[in-house]
Every structure is written in structure tokens, then in C-alpha cells.
Design a binder for this molecule. Structure first.
Ligand SMILES: Nc1ncnc2c1ncn2[C@@H]1O[C@H](COP(=O)(O)OP(=O)(O)OP(=O)(O)O)[C@@H](O)[C@H]1O
Length: 261
């Protein structure tokens, strides 16, 4: 269970009073939830993710993971960034097992896990390639493999598919749902893309800026529908999906233009 209790984040301004990037956000997320945060630029999505990751301390409030306060980064939380942040001087599998190496896991053990994770993201063949030999989509899959290598109970994904073409994006969306279904942990995912949000989320949170806060939450059935049918196109083309898309577009527009304040 991940609990975000009354979290506010202020950033110091060069001049004037500090800016309030998050205002009193509270969320309780159970294992097995895929939570997607959607909202206009500047509404605090990345700030919230970075606070859960332990990169930014809460100015007020607290984040608890299974009852223990989050006070910094930890291997039970895996992070995937928009830019893959792989290390160019290591080959693919060395990148994937890097966190395990830091934790002093012996080579044969971490290599076994590294290769297993690469197999899960469909890249076993590329294990001994250099990072620059891979396409953007493949590099992002390596980023995902690296994040799952330490079997985190929480996966934090900050717009991981933002820079990818539509086809690659869809295939990694499906991969993420499979990994989530297998891991049964928490996924917390940020996107600007309404269709992506609706497809992945079991719970969608819509945020608004000035100050950053959560203005709507809804439960969604489409991720589980996809896992039952394995037909992404049919899921996204269903009348229910299209109706939800129109509703969410309206809510996002209203919340970012001040209509829901
Ligand atoms: N390091 C920082 N110092 C000062 N202000 C910051 C810092 N990081 C973010 N902010 C401000 O905090 C607010 C929230 O930013 P944040 O990046 O969390 O929003 P976001 O919803 O993720 O935006 P985007 O969708 O554009 O990535 C914005 O007003 C931003 O300018």
C-alpha cells in the first residue's frame, strides 16, 4: 500500500515567495492498481512522482510505503524516465543489472536476472549490444527492464512513451500491462495522452495547475478488458472507450482552463 498523505511541495523562487507545485495531495494506492496521472503541463505530475520516488522531500505531509515513511530513493521503487538515462559505456544487460551490482549481487546471479528481465521486454537477443545500437523504443524497453530488475513493489513511470512513434508506443503500452499483471504491484504512470491514460489506468487521476492538485479520480475497466481479450484495437475502438475519452478530454480541458476551480 502506497499512501500519500496531505503532501504539499514548495519550490523556492529566485525572487518572491516560494511556488506551490503541489497543494495538499492525498492518495491511497493499493497493490494491483495501475494509477495514471493526467493533466496540463505544470500541474505537478512529475513533482508528485519524484516525491514518491524519494528524489524530492515533501514540504508538508508524508509518503508511506507499506507503513514506512519514504525518506529517499529505494530499490523497492523502480523509476522509468522519458529519456531512458541508460549508461552508454555499458552494454544492454550491464545496464539492466546495474542496480543489482550496486547492491553487491554476485555476477552470475545478477546476469541471470538481467537476462530474464530482457526476455520479459522482448530484448534477449540484444543483451550484449551497445545502447547506441538500439532504436529509441528498444532503449526505452531496456529502461523498463532495468526498473523491474529489482522486483520493485512500485513502478514509477514519467512519460516513458512520450518520445516514441504511435506504433512503438502501443506495443510498449501492451508490454507494460503484461508486466503489471504479472507483478501485481503498484504502477504510477504519467502521460499527456488521454487515450494512453484510458487504456492503461485502473484508476485515472486528473490534476490541475496553480497550485498543482488532484481534481478528479475515476476507476476504469479498459486495462483489464485488454488483458482478458488481448485485443488493444478492439478495446480502444469500443463505444465505452470513446465515450470515456470525450468525458476525460472535457474534464482535462475544464480543469486546466480554470472551469473546475
Ligand atoms: N526544480 C524546480 N524549481 C522550481 N520550480 C519547479 C521545479 N520543478 C518544477 N517546478 C514548478 O512546479 C510546477 C509543477 O511542475 P511539474 O514538472 O511537477 O509539472 P508537470 O505536471 O509534470 O508538468 P509537465 O507535464 O510539463 O512535465 C510548475 O509550475 C513548475 O514550473
Amino acid at each position: 500500500m502506497l499512501e500519500i498523505n496531505n503532501v504539499s511541495i514548495e519550490y523556492a523562487a529566485r525572487k518572491g515567495p516560494p511556488s506551490l507545485a503541489l497543494d495538499n495531495v492525498s492518495l491511497s494506492i493499493a497493490a494491483g492498481e495501475f494509477v495514471v496521472a493526467l493533466g496540463a503541463s505544470g500541474c505537478g505530475k512529475t513533482t508528485l512522482l519524484n516525491t514518491i520516488a524519494g528524489f524530492i522531500p515533501a514540504t508538508r505531509g508524508e509518503v508511506l510505503l507499506n507503513g514506512a515513511p519514504v525518506e529517499g530513493p529505494g530499490h523497492e521503487r523502480g523509476v522509468v524516465f522519458q529519456k531512458h538515462a541508460l549508461m552508454p559505456w555499458m552494454n544492454v544487460v550491464e545496464n539492466v543489472e546495474f542496480g543489482l551490482r550496486l547492491r553487491k549481487m554476485p555476477l552470475h546471479e545478477r546476469r541471470r536476472i538481467g537476462l530474464e528481465c530482457l526476455s520479459k521486454v522482448g530484448l534477449l537477443q540484444s543483451a550484449y549490444k551497445q545502447v547506441y545500437e538500439l532504436s529509441g523504443g528498444m532503449q526505452q524497453r531496456v529502461g523498463v527492464a532495468r526498473a523491474i530488475a529489482s522486483s520493485p513493489s512500485v513502478m514509477l513511470l514519467d512519460e516513458p512513451l512520450g518520445a516514441l512513434d504511435a506504433f512503438t508506443r502501443e506495443s510498449i503500452q501492451e508490454l507494460l500491462l503484461n508486466l503489471w499483471d504479472e507483478a501485481k504491484g503498484v504502477f504510477f504512470f504519467i502521460t499527456h495522452d488521454v487515450e494512453e491514460a484510458l487504456f492503461l489506468a485502473t484508476r485515472l487521476i486528473i490534476m490541475a495547475p496553480h497550485p498543482g492538485r488532484v481534481v478528479h479520480q475515476m476507476e476504469l475497466p479498459f486495462a483489464r478488458q485488454y488483458l482478458d481479450t488481448r485485443n488493444a484495437r478492439a478495446t480502444k475502438a469500443s463505444p465505452e472507450f470513446i465515450a470515456a475519452r470525450e468525458k476525460v478530454l472535457t474534464l482535462v480541458h475544464e480543469s486546466s482552463s480554470g472551469g473546475m476551480h
